[in-house]
Design a protein around this ligand. Structure first.
Ligand code: ZN
Ligand code: ZN
Length: 253
């Protein structure tokens, strides 16, 4: 499995793009920094986009991708829960803000039901509900060789409920802000801080008996150095390796 991080942050700037992961050049997880990261040709090769939730930093490039594919006479599967589909068609893909690419058959919608494995292109995708401020899922992606990742999308504390049902070799998990934001951004907006991440990893190891490779995403860029310093302490204390993702990073699994 060839994993490329297109967007590793929760904000966009010259140096950062919003949440977006590309797998094997054809499957996309979240569509934050998508269209500005790929050539038109690369965009027409995409087979499917799986969305974790409908927050703007995870869906914003979907209308732009629709226009590019429409002009190239290409199509793509958009895979998400019904709740996310509801938000997409209400706010973003509705013939009001921009053309409705579902109606024009550029987009084909595939429903992801919670906890039910779904075949998408050559991958088995399992959506698992996570604790965020709007309906959100984490996504387990398994390829035909059995290579497996779990991407949490945005989540607050409480992943212990889903650890029994996933078995990743790579865990891509969000950490949005340092520990001093635990009340506001952690418990308030339902994201993870390094301290909250540590609790989740301890529960993972207790339930599963191992820790996979860990890659952090969705960092708030101005706070990234502070996050990195706190993460170093977590890695030392758990005796595991934790990396921070960055735009353009590639991982072969
Ligand atoms: Zn979110
Ligand atoms: Zn987000």
């Amino acid at each position: 499995m060839d994993i490329k991080i297109l967007g590793a942050h929760n904000t966009e700037s010259k140096k950062t793009r919003m949440s977006c992961i590309l797998i094997d050049g054809k499957l996309v997880l979240d569509a934050g920094g998508l269209t500005s990261s790929l050539s038109l040709k690369e965009q027409t090769r995409l087979k499917a986009i799986c969305l974790t939730h409908a927050h703007y930093d995870h869906v914003r490039d979907i209308p732009a991708l629709g226009m590019n594919l429409y002009l190239s006479k290409a199509r793509i599967n958009i895979c998400a829960t019904k709740a996310v589909y509801g938000s997409l068609t209400k706010y973003l893909i509705n013939d009001d803000l921009y053309p409705d690419w579902f109606k024009r058959a550029v987009f084909n919608f595939i429903t992801l039901d919670n906890n039910k494995p779904q075949l998408v292109s050559d991958y088995t995708v399992k959506a698992m509900p996570v604790n965020h401020s709007v309906p959100s899922v984490g996504l387990q992606i398994k390829d035909s060789e059995g290579k497996t990742i779990f991407y949490t999308g945005d989540t607050g504390a409480g992943l212990a409920d889903i650890w029994p049902y996933v078995m990743p070799q790579l865990l891509i998990i969000e950490v949005t802000a340092p520990n001093r934001y635990e009340e506001s951004i952690g418990n308030g907006a339902k994201h993870l801080t390094p301290r909250l991440l540590k609790e989740e990893l301890i529960s993972f190891r207790k339930i599963k008996g191992y820790l996979p490779k860990i890659l952090l995403t969705h960092m708030n860029f101005p706070l990234e150095d502070e996050i990195a310093a706190e993460i170093e302490d977590v890695a030392v204390s758990l005796k595991c390796s934790i990396s921070l993702a960055h735009e353009g990073m590639r991982i072969l699994l």
